[in-house]
Design a protein around this ligand. Structure first.
Ligand SMILES: *Cc1c(COP(=O)(O)O)cnc(C)c1O
Length: 365
């Protein structure tokens, strides 16, 4: 199959290193093969390191990031529950929609796309709805580039008996994510953003408090595929693994290798590399007169305003055809107004930053 080589600098997927692709080409083993089970356990253990957690219930769900969201939502909440959802972009809105489909009453705390929430704003909402079971928030809003601070949020929720659910899809592996340090109860991510593996797996993690809440459920989980009670019998089965579904064995080889690459680089060094590449890109963009969406603060996703009179999608098409570089367009209210330039994992290099800048200069002329 002749497919073009691309440099992926959009909102995901990011470029997959050769080491990961080679790992995925290894022979497929049975999902109960002791060697595969060992490799799966190593994968979950490296995920704990990256999430900075000791949560037992940490593993890769067989689905993309949206499946990770669905797994967390379906298990933590049940029909009749109330939840608070912070919405300042596309993915917060999706969490609210998903919860409502599971029979949850959702209270939406909304801000304009691109802004973040203060602890005081969240606290006021928590006091307005003290019966809510969960507060859900996106750490890295890929639709806008907003970087939501999370320190201090969980403490106030826990005082009210609520759990904190966080989307760390575009932050894990690129920004500091500290599940235990920030007392996060449930989080999900995806392999194709800052982990630089192909799409298809969603790392998730649940705190002991979240596990307790799930054990106290009155109703069965509304999703068969994502039922944690059944999934745990396979992923945490020790020597007794119960078949639930056949996990995508070769994708797990890829994630295992991707996580090894991350730990070899070092989590702190990797986060610093993303910060450095973001500063370089930002300085270069400002030099050519391009502005960021106001308040944008993520390193991994750079949301840049399209100058007046410029053909937004035409520039993206030329970048792809002439330079083989993929960047993203805007979603929802930002459609046609912004470009989204990803600096994720293996894509976040100085060579790529300089290429994207040169290509943009050329396209804008
Ligand atoms: C990409 C993304 C998702 C969804 O992941 P998919 O792998 O596309 O299903 C969810 N949340 C955020 C913040 C994302 O950036």
């Amino acid at each position: 199959m002749a497919l073009p080589e691309r440099i992926l600098m959009g909102p995901g997927p990011s470029t997959v290193p050769d080491r990961v692709r080679r790992a995925m080409a290894a022979p497929t083993l049975g999902h109960l093969d002791p060697r595969f089970v060992e490799l799966l356990d190593e994968t979950s253990s490296m995920l704990r390191e990256l999430f900075r957690t000791s949560n037992e219930l940490t593993f890769p769900v067989s689905a993309t990031g949206m499946g990770g969201m669905e797994c967390v939502v379906a298990n933590l909440l049940e029909p009749g529950d109330q939840a608070l959802v912070c919405i300042n972009g596309l993915f917060g809105g999706r969490m609210a929609d998903m919860m409502e489909r599971y029979g949850v009453t959702v209270h939406r705390l909304e801000k304009p796309w691109g802004e973040v929430f203060t602890v005081e704003e969240i606290e006021a909402e928590v006091h307005r709805h003290p019966k809510a079971k969960v507060l859900a928030i996106v750490h890295a809003e890929t639709s806008t580039g907003a970087h939501q601070p999370l320190e201090g949020v969980a403490k106030m929720l826990h005082e009210e008996g609520m759990l904190l659910l966080v989307d760390v899809v575009t932050s894990l592996g690129g920004h500091e994510v500290d599940l235990d340090g920030w007392y996060i109860d449930a989080a999900y991510s995806a392999t194709q953003k800052c982990l630089s593996c192909p799409p298809g797996l969603a790392p998730v993690s649940f705190s002991p408090a979240a596990v307790e809440v799930m054990e106290r459920r009155k109703s069965t989980v509304g999703s068969w595929y994502f039922d944690i009670g059944m999934l745990a019998k396979y992923y945490q089965g020790r020597s007794q693994r119960a078949y639930h579904h056949t996990p995508p064995v070769n994708s797990i080889y890829g994630l295992h290798e991707g996580l090894r690459i991350i730990l070899e680089e070092g989590i702190d060094a990797r986060i610093e590399r993303h910060a450095k590449m973001h500063r370089r890109l930002r300085a270069g963009l400002e030099e050519i007169g391009l502005d960021y969406l106001p308040e944008q603060s993520l390193h991994t996703l750079n949301c840049v305003l399209v100058p007046k009179g410029v053909d937004e999608s035409g520039v993206r098409a030329t970048m792809l055809d002439t330079y083989g570089v993929e960047i993203g367009g805007g979603l929802g209210p930002l459609a046609g107004k912004v470009w989204r330039i990803g600096l994720m994992g293996h894509s976040a290099t100085q060579a790529n930053v300089d290429l994207v800048l040169a290509a943009l200069v050329d396209c804008l002329e």
